[in-house]
Design a protein around this ligand. Structure first.
Ligand code: AMP
Length: 250
């Protein structure tokens, strides 16, 4: 089934009334958006609320890097420079994850796909996975793109710190700790992701901008794209996303 694309630049105010989403059963909800757009937070919440499996390719790569696996060693160089990991490595990792699931319904993808080649691979993979399943009338994914201004992203990413013990996330500019560099909850030291250093952040944003347009167009052309204004507070962004997901059958 094709759904008509209603693109309003950067705005989502008419999302709630789009009849063509009603009852649609997507094979996946993909969160697209630049690093720092809040995809991870939003993807986790949607997955939790609807009990859906969730994969963040960035998180999986970070685990591989810290466990020094063969995949981690292959991915780490590109990651430390803010570049994309090779498509075949990413796609194999995602295939392995999806094949390990009991669940055949909708899943949440965060940070994947990041290129048109990955999106084409995903379409083929999902078609094969759901072929012959009559209770899954729509095997195509829905892409939810969260748009945020570049300056805001730079502040969000270069100010991001996390607790080395409990993992709580803070921000030097928007959500500082009471004591510099120390977690409010457990007093452990805060750490910074190596790829949140400002020069790497700039590279990540540039890589994203280069890949985004073709990827966005890929989903827009097929009527599978919804855009959300991510400059707002987390709760407002969440509400806009809920206006999309509540229409879907997931
Ligand atoms: P993220 O946490 O999503 O910003 O991802 C961190 C890093 O992991 C990226 O800068 C890339 O180096 C790598 N990565 C994550 N997802 C992908 C993907 N779909 N394709 C290529 N590289 C990826």
């Amino acid at each position: 089934m094709m759904i008509e694309s209603k693109h309003v630049h950067g705005l989502d105010h008419n999302i709630g009334t789009l009849p063509e989403l009603q009852g649609l059963r997507p094979a996946a909800i993909i969160f697209l958006g630049p690093p720092g757009a809040g995809k991870g937070t939003q993807a986790q919440q949607v997955a939790k609320e609807h009990s859906l499996p969730h994969i963040s390719t960035g998180d999986v790569f970070r685990t591989h890097v810290s466990n020094k696996t063969a995949l981690g060693l292959k991915a780490s160089e590109a990651m430390s420079r803010g570049m994309l990991v090779a498509d075949d490595l990413v796609c194999n990792m995602v295939a392995e994850y999806i094949q390990s699931l009991d669940h055949v319904g909708c899943m949440v993808l965060d940070g994947f796909p990041r290129s048109v080649a990955q999106a084409e691979w995903l379409d083929r993979f999902l078609r094969t996975r759901t072929s012959g399943m009559n209770d899954l009338p729509h095997s195509a994914p829905i892409a939810v793109q969260i748009n945020v201004e570049r300056d805001q992203l730079l502040r969000r990413l270069s100010g991001r710190r996390s607790c080395s013990s409990c993992g709580r996330i803070y921000n030097l500019h928007f959500q500082p700790t009471r004591n510099d560099g120390i977690c409010d909850y457990d007093g452990a030291k805060l750490q910074m992701r190596p790829d949140d250093a400002e020069n790497v952040v700039r590279e990540r944003l540039t890589v994203h901008e280069k890949n985004t347009f073709p990827l966005t167009e890929y989903y827009r052309r097929k009527g599978q794209l919804r855009e959300i204004d991510g400059n707002d507070a987390v709760e407002k962004v969440r509400a806009a996303i809920t206006r999309v997901t509540r229409m879907l059958t997931i």
